[in-house]
Design a protein around this ligand. Structure first.
Ligand code: SAM
Length: 312
């Protein structure tokens, strides 16, 4: 697909974090346009292997084509990276030298109007990364109880008008279902008083983010995927995760901290009785962010946070 466009964020930083080597086995859990994957394969020539995942069939097709030059060094799965441990067991891989997750949606997914991710274009209210299964945003918006809609919009969207948005959705769907992105945008605009709209944030931004996270069960996938990936890392292997909002970053930060934690005995105890030793070391205490030049060239990188961990 020629028109698939997505600029990879923090490419040099990811490469530096993983320092891929020939002979190594690497996982890219979020192939997208295969930008990071291509860099890892180039850096790990002639024998490095890459196992790639994406939930989106269009991304898989593009990644297959773009990575075909690397021949048998690449294996690709159209799957949720949450199922990483099982997928690797199926192909007999029991340890990896590094992984990258570059979370969220690609610019391509946002730009394809018919996918329903964007509040700027009218389209069926879908938002599924994997269109072969699961419930669409329209399914959630038209069937969930008001209290559950409120929870999703406030928790995943951090929308302070969540109560009103949920209540307006339930009123609007009473007559006929909400079927398109712009129908939902109108409902949200009606729910949030115009005087309270934020200057540089479209009023539908937070609700759309919340629905996307819920439709794709993004936070649950991240928790499960991280656990699987960390358990597969070989000693000295590194994991690099790029997140784009605070809910994701919190899961990554806490997941890495827990993995790197040693003894958890109360300070008062003279000796350790829990026996816990750190299994990982934090390579980044604070997340790495994009520099000015990258943000100017690729505004999407503005909110990117990269955290890196290493298996001891
Ligand atoms: C930001 S893009 C990745 C871009 C890629 N790193 C590049 O350089 O071109 C995120 C991709 O991850 C995929 N994705 C998000 N969550 C996923 C999950 N749980 N399992 C598999 N793929 C996922 C999306 O479909 C999307 O194609």
């Amino acid at each position: 697909m020629e028109d698939f466009h997505h600029i990879s964020v923090l490419p040099d930083e990811v490469l530096q974090a993983l320092s891929p080597k020939s002979g190594g086995v690497y996982v890219d859990g979020t192939l997208g346009g295969a930008g990071h994957a291509g860099l890892i394969l180039t850096a790990s020539a002639p024998d490095g292997q890459l196992i790639g995942f994406d939930r989106d069939e269009e991304a898989i097709a593009v990644a297959r084509e773009r990575l075909s030059v690397f021949g048998g060094r690449v294996r690709i799965f159209h799957r949720n990276f949450a199922g990483i441990a099982q997928a690797l067991a199926e192909i007999g891989v029991d340890g990896i030298d590094g992984f990258v997750l570059d979370l969220g949606v690609s610019s391509h997914q946002l730009d394809r109007d018919e996918r329903g991710f964007s509040f700027m274009h009218d389209a069926p209210l879908d938002m599924r990364m994997d269109r072969s299964s699961g419930q669409s945003a329209a399914d959630l918006v038209n069937t969930l109880p008001e209290a559950e809609l409120y929870r999703i919009i406030s928790e995943y969207g951090e929308e302070r008008w969540a109560k009103r948005v949920a209540s307006f959705i339930v009123k609007a769907r009473d007559g006929r279902p909400i079927e398109t992105t712009l129908e939902l945008v109108d409902v949200i605009k009606g729910a949030i008083p115009k005087a309270k709209w934020e200057e540089r944030l479209h009023p539908a931004t937070r609700t759309f983010q919340a629905l996307r996270i819920a439709v794709n069960e993004e936070l649950k996938s991240l928790e499960e995927g991280l656990e699987g990936l960390l358990s597969l890392l070989k000693p000295g292997g590194r994991g690099a995760v790029i997140s784009f909002h605070s809910l994701e970053d919190r899961i990554v930060k806490e997941g890495f901290r827990a993995a790197a934690a040693g003894c958890t005995c109360p300070k008062e105890l003279p000796i350790c009785i829990c026996g816990r030793v750190p299994r990982f070391k934090l390579v980044t205490r604070k997340p790495i962010t994009a520099g000015e030049a990258e943000v100017a060239a690729n505004p999407r990188s503005r909110s990117a946070k990269l955290r890196v961990v290493e298996k001891i």
